[in-house]
Design a protein around this ligand. Structure first.
Ligand code: UGY
Ligand code: MN
Length: 250
């Protein structure tokens, strides 16, 4: 029987969470907002949290204490991230609208202000240090302003929101952009985990032997070693991809 939410799946190595499967959670700091946990470390073995936050009928201000690194990506509407002590832009105030993003390292104290109509993705992770390398500070940017670079697959471009050449980062965020019917070159099986948010179009995702249709606003968690592949549909597709990097898996 077809019911809302029938595309959602929980496999041994992945979850597919569609908008129809989401079920709202609450946080004391976000009265009236919609707060969805897309994945957290309770979904073993995930080592990060990824959340969808949608403002409610009133603006909210959310003070976030230091101790974790955060990545915030604007999906729509207006939000402001203030990082205490960060002077990179306008005294540490970063305006976030669609496609805007902020990374703040584990020492940062943030305040996230959501205007009515704002929606965003947040990623939270305990920073994994590496000897001789200082933790990153603050990075901000705009997806459209980043150069899209070609990959070995014709028709597949990617934009890197955090510098993939900088080993201070223990994760990267890439925007993967597939032309019509373009596919990843292989079924990948690797140690790194993924949080994937579809930003446009759709296609067929191969996840641990299952072939599942995915569309905009779907979320996928892929555990380490989850076999994975993607072929975009006739309109192409794109997704925002979290991947842990530069650490040895312990
Ligand atoms: O970089 C990656 O691991 C990427 N190719 N994986 C993915 O898109 N599922
Ligand atoms: Mn991968």
């Amino acid at each position: 029987m077809i019911v809302p939410g029938d595309r959602g799946r929980r496999g041994l190595a992945y979850t597919l969470l569609t908008p129809a499967n989401r079920y709202m959670s609450r946080l004391p700091s976000l009265p009236g907002a919609q707060y969805y946990k897309l994945v957290t470390p309770r979904m073993a073995p995930a080592r990060f949290g990824q959340y969808l936050v949608v403002a409610g009928e009133d603006p909210v201000e959310w003070p976030i204490a230091s101790g974790f690194e955060h990545f915030i990506f604007g999906l729509g509407g207006d939000a402001t991230v203030t990082v205490a002590g960060a002077q990179e832009v306008d005294g540490g105030r970063f305006a976030l609208s669609e496609g805007g993003y902020v990374y703040a390292g584990p020492a940062a104290e943030l305040t996230l202000a959501l205007a009515v109509g704002a929606s965003l993705i947040m990623i939270k992770r305990r920073y994994e240090s590496w000897p001789g390398i200082a933790a990153p500070g603050v990075v901000c940017g705009q997806l459209d302003a980043l150069e899209a670079t070609a990959t070995a697959v014709p028709g597949l471009m990617r934009r890197e929101l955090l510098d993939p050449a900088n080993p201070a980062f223990d994760f990267n965020i890439s925007h993967m952009e597939f032309g019509p019917d373009v596919a990843l070159a292989q079924i990948e099986i690797h140690d790194e985990e993924h949080g994937l948010y579809m930003t446009s179009g759709g296609g067929l995702y191969h996840l641990d032997g299952d072939e599942l249709p995915v569309i905009r606003d779907d979320f996928i968690y892929m555990a380490p070693y989850c076999p994975q592949g993607f072929r975009a549909g006739p309109e192409g597709g794109s997704y925002l991809l979290y991947k842990d990097v530069y650490r040895d898996g312990f």
